[in-house]
Design a protein around this ligand. Structure first.
Ligand code: ASP
Length: 334
């Protein structure tokens, strides 16, 4: 029987990290191993699939840029169009993994699974989680049940939708959860048990792939600012002066803000800047018109989208040429 053919795109992170001792889990050099070393650490992969490897870039994912995202999206789109590739696995640092997953999910067709995984412990650590995560990601990417899944995050035996995956712990191996949701699938004894069929979950998420027949060379500037006690509203005017076409607020509570920030964001919206209000709270939505008069100020409520994801989503919506009402409609569907 022919084995599924997978493309592994290795991009660095802790999963490719090396520490000075087996007990070191926090002090290490990330992005130190190449794709072939990752494969070599999981001999069982050879029974599962034929895997070709590439390393489009290698970095700690705190250094991720939109240029890297566009490079990765271009390669994933090619792979999805290639009949010789059945699925894609991406190894990635965990710091921005959930954002990269959403970016790819929004910009790439979803007919093949694109599974992103990483590790919380470097490859040299006792109880390193990378090898099992990589194996599980390959199982998911190779499985016919994953067709139509779009981008999925696989960490610690759980598969999460890219819209809801969230890193919620700085160091433990159970660092990821599904925000306001359940995992899409659980890995049990090396097999995926889907709680929600992959394609059904993917159909519920808005896609922007139809807006991007070709990918842009660069993304419009969108800034993220935070509401806090004594927040200085001049940061908003500065962002607009710097050319921000959108601003996301990580607001207090239900996406709320102080009067000075509200006035400054209202001024930005009047100038045509798209303003999204999200929340700095770790769970729950920001609903339109609740707590803030979105219509009066021209704001967009983020729904279930976190501030960091709202920033990339808004940037893509602007790149696609969508106006405020169209952007509102997309946020409301998350
Ligand atoms: N700083 C690392 C990164 O995101 C953390 C990790 O991979 O877990 O690349």
């Amino acid at each position: 029987m022919t084995k599924p053919r997978l493309l592994l795109l290795a991009t660095g992170g802790t999963i490719a990290g090396i520490a000075p001792s087996a007990a070191s889990t926090l002090s290490y050099a990330p992005a130190s191993l190449g794709a072939d070393s990752l494969i070599a650490s999981v001999p069982a992969l050879a029974d599962l699939a034929e895997i070709t490897t590439e390393m489009p870039f290698s970095t700690g994912s705190q250094h991720m840029t939109s240029t890297c995202w566009l490079t990765l999206a271009a390669r994933v789109r090619q792979a999805i169009a290639d009949p010789a590739i059945d699925g894609v696995v991406i190894t990635h640092g965990t710091d921005t993994l959930e954002e990269t997953a959403l970016f790819l999910d929004l910009t790439c067709p979803r007919n093949k699974a694109v599974v992103l995984t990483g590790a919380m412990r470097p490859a040299t650590a006792l109880g390193a989680d990378g090898p099992m995560n990589l194996y599980a990601a390959a199982v998911l990417a190779a499985s016919p049940a994953s067709r139509g899944a779009g981008a999925i995050v696989l960490m610690n035996d759980q598969a999460f939708g890219p819209d809801r995956a969230a890193k919620v712990h700085t160091s433990r191996v159970d660092a990821f959860v599904a925000r306001s949701a359940m995992p899409l699938a659980l890995m049990l004894d090396g097999k995926a048990v889907w709680q929600t069929p992959a394609a059904v979950a993917a159909e519920r998420r808005p896609s922007l792939a139809a807006h991007f027949a070709s990918l842009p060379d660069a993304l419009p500037r969108v800034d993220l600012i935070a509401q806090q006690v004594d927040a200085d509203p001049t940061i908003v005017d500065w962002c607009v002066q710097q050319g921000a076409r959108g601003i996301v607020l990580a607001g207090t509570g239900h996406g709320t803000m102080s009067r000075p920030i509200e006035a400054a964001l209202g001024r930005a919206a009047e100038k045509g800047c798209l303003v999204v209000r999200a929340s700095r709270i770790s769970d729950g939505p920001v609903m339109p018109g609740a707590g803030v008069d979105d219509d009066r100020f021209g704001f967009i409520a983020a729904g279930f989208v976190t501030p960091h994801k709202a920033r990339l989503l808004l940037s893509l919506l602007i790149a696609a040429g969508l106006d405020r009402e169209a952007a509102r409609a997309i946020f409301a569907r998350f």
